[in-house]
Design a protein around this ligand. Sequence first.
Ligand SMILES: [Fe+2]
Length: 385
Amino acid sequence: MSVAHIAEPSPLPFDRNSGLSVENGSLSVTKPCGERIILHPLWLRERLPDARVMDTLTGQRLIEAADLPLNLAITSISHDHIVRFSDGFETHLSANWIDNLLSPAPITERVLWDGAQTLPTAYNFTEIATHHTHNALHNPPLRAFLDQMHTHGFAIVRGVPTDKDGALEFATMIGPIRRTNWGGLADVKAIANAYDLTMTPRHLEPHSDNPYREPVPGYILLHCLINDAEGGDSTLVDGYRAAQHLREKDAEAFETLTTTVVQFRYRDATALLENKAPLISLDEKENIIQVRYSNRTELIDRLPPEHLNRYYRARQMLWHLIRPQSSLTLRFKLSPGDLLMMDNYRLYHGRSGYTLSTGSRHMRQCYMDRDTVASKRDILHRIHS
Ligand SMILES: [Fe+2]
């Protein structure tokens, strides 16, 4: 969480001299545009840039906010921005601190794409690694890679060492990987007696990975070691684009998929993993924030027939949008040394089948949590700004 007490120079959203006043025990801030913002006294008090309230080193709160009197009020704000509270506490509010407090965080827009999307520029492993060795906090190519992850939901880096653990050389520059019951970095190749269809030469329909886990793995890092068999193309679909399309074309289907909770289950000799969620998740502002699709592991409860009718129709609508024949499908073939990183909350990924008699296909894969990736991106931007 960013800490508000670190002041940074920027244009003021309010009149330094006359934009602040007390109104019914709250602080009123008037911007030059005339917009008036009311700051609740408790909201202001519990984040004050004062060493008695927030630790100056960690930015973490020192006081027990829940113990503050509920009837706390602001009694005055002086011309030089000394704010006083009804319990006698007073402190100075710098103009820049208030400015930062009211400035919304910059938003990097996501770019929705379809199958006509040109494959974005691949990044160079050696260049990223060289920067990392020099200064792990200053790495423009890794920052650009993570920016592309954010805007497009995937990015490719080339030249990753094709030894068994080569993916870790890249992954650890971002952060720790997520270990699962399958281990850390795991093989994706055809084996005898496969415990998962991934481990066969069969095609894989578009899906999101492991919706039966809690939390669902945030990102997938897929590292290509060998890919010389006939077939084995990678497929990607922008799930946000598909969901948005459904929302615009069939509101009832969209509503059904955002409100019907389905079960995902994985079971083998040593693990039983289950989680429940809708195929499309929205945040409190109804933005699409996560998609799930896992034909192999989805099992819906025995809901009333009318509800199941709605669900099956909506799911089929979604499938028609994301299936390999769909115009939303992006198709390409990874080469040895390529590492494809995917947002597992946004993309559906799959592959075409391949013919073992014509060659081999050996990938290695691991997961990374969302906070790990978001943190690295934030740090790289913070150092640059
Ligand atoms: Fe997968």
